[in-house]
Design a protein around this ligand. Structure first.
Ligand SMILES: [Zn+2]
Length: 124
C-alpha cells in the first residue's frame, strides 16, 4: 500500500521536442536505463504504462518525428510504430535517469542545466 503511494509521488514526465510525453516512476526509469539490453524491461514497462503513461501513444507520426531528431534510426527503421514506442520509452528513461535533484529546491533537473523551478545551476 505504502509502496504504491510512494511510487505515484515518484512519477516524472519526459517531454520531447515535439511534445510527446512519457511518465515513468523511479522504478520504471531504473528498469529501462540499466547497462546492457533493456528490451524485456522496456516491454514490461510499456505493458504497465498502457495508454495513460504514454501521452501521445496514438500519434505514431509525432513519435516518429521525435525519434528522427535522435538521429539513431533511418526512415525504414522508423516505419515500425510498435518498435518506435519501445525506443521512445527507452530514450525517456535514459534521460530521466540522468537527472539529479536541485540542491536548492529539490526539483529534478539535468546536470549542467539551470533548475526549472528556482533557476540556480545544477551541478552534476
Ligand atoms: Zn531549484
Amino acid at each position: 500500500m505504502y509502496d504504491d503511494v510512494k511510487a505515484c509521488a515518484d512519477v516524472r514526465t519526459w517531454v520531447g521536442e515535439h511534445g510527446v510525453s512519457v511518465s515513468l516512476t523511479a522504478e520504471q526509469i531504473a528498469a529501462c536505463s540499466h547497462p546492457g539490453r533493456c528490451d524485456d524491461d522496456v516491454e514490461s514497462v510499456i505493458g504497465e504504462l498502457g495508454l495513460a503513461g504514454i501521452g501521445q501513444l496514438a500519434q505514431a507520426e509525432l513519435i516518429r518525428r521525435e525519434l528522427r531528431e535522435w538521429g539513431a534510426w533511418d526512415d525504414e527503421e522508423l516505419k515500425d510504430a510498435a518498435q518506435n514506442i519501445r525506443r521512445l520509452v527507452w530514450i525517456a528513461a535514459g534521460d530521466l535517469a540522468q537527472e539529479v535533484r536541485c540542491a536548492h529546491c529539490g526539483t529534478w533537473a539535468r546536470p549542467g542545466d539551470d533548475c526549472p523551478e528556482c533557476g540556480k545551476s545544477i551541478d552534476s
